[in-house]
Design a protein around this ligand. Sequence first.
Ligand code: PMV
Length: 325
Amino acid sequence: MKPSAATARAGANIALVKYWGKRDPVLNLPAAGSLSLTLDQLETTTTVVPDETLSADTLALNGQAADVSRVSAVLDRFRRQSGHAVFCRVESNNNFPTGAGLASSASAFAALVAAADSAFATRLDDRALSEQARLGSGSAARSIFGGFVEMAVGTRPDGSDAVARPLLSAEAWPLEVVVAVVDEASKAVSSTKGMNQTQATSPYYPAWLGQVPEDLQAARSAIAARDFEALARVGEGSALAMHASALAARPGLIYWRPATLALIDAVRDLQSAGVAAFFTIDAGPQVKVVCLPEAGQRVAAALSAIDGVQRLIHCRLGPGVRVLG
Ligand code: PMV
């Protein structure tokens, strides 16, 4: 079958047990497992258009020409697998700030592999799509699935078992996530650079790595039991431990802004008042607050009152990647 245009959409995800460090930079294999929530409001929509007249792939990201090399590396595998050597025009649009610690690469590569799979008719199953997405960006492997998702560290040298799997559907425990955006500009140090620097120079990195299996176990149990307090403990613990390892890198990586700390304080105040909410922070200054649905409005009101908060994005848990046509 001749390759033909296809569009796919994927939601970003936020890790509760973070991925921070690689065991193989070429295959993009994680040094440890991770566990995340897929969100319904931070989405990437990507169209892959195979075009015989092109002499190279092109990428338009939010309407602007962008570096196509990581996208081409993904498309090369679909070209090889399908036997069709055609170049593609790729158009990718985020409905949220790109590269600001809102996991845009996760939704981007998940949407890209699903669109490419459909365009080249390679018919990969979700596990294989997760592996392909991982080769683009580690966290993207998780955005193939909806709801609660666990990424396996894997043991095979070829990386075929370093893939994500769904743990629990969005409907089975409908948590909400309020994202407080404090800085919409792109971050100074990318996740890949930040984790490599941490891994290479932070004396706390081995301790971080050693803690992950226990955190994964605690998070799995909390999710199975719908135990929000236990999930809050492990979620905040993993985020702070990741940042502690990054802070101790040489030179230290400081992703936070004053508003980031003010938001942490606000969440602690909410917790003291008995509100079911906890925070997590990725490689950027934004704070993501996970809460029970009944706490959503109160959390949003408290966060919007903090100086330096540019806007809030109120999310529910969302579905996995889907092909739109
Ligand atoms: O997928 P990457 O390479 O952008 O790394 C993601 C790293 C964190 O967002 C900080 C943590 C995570 O597990 O998503």
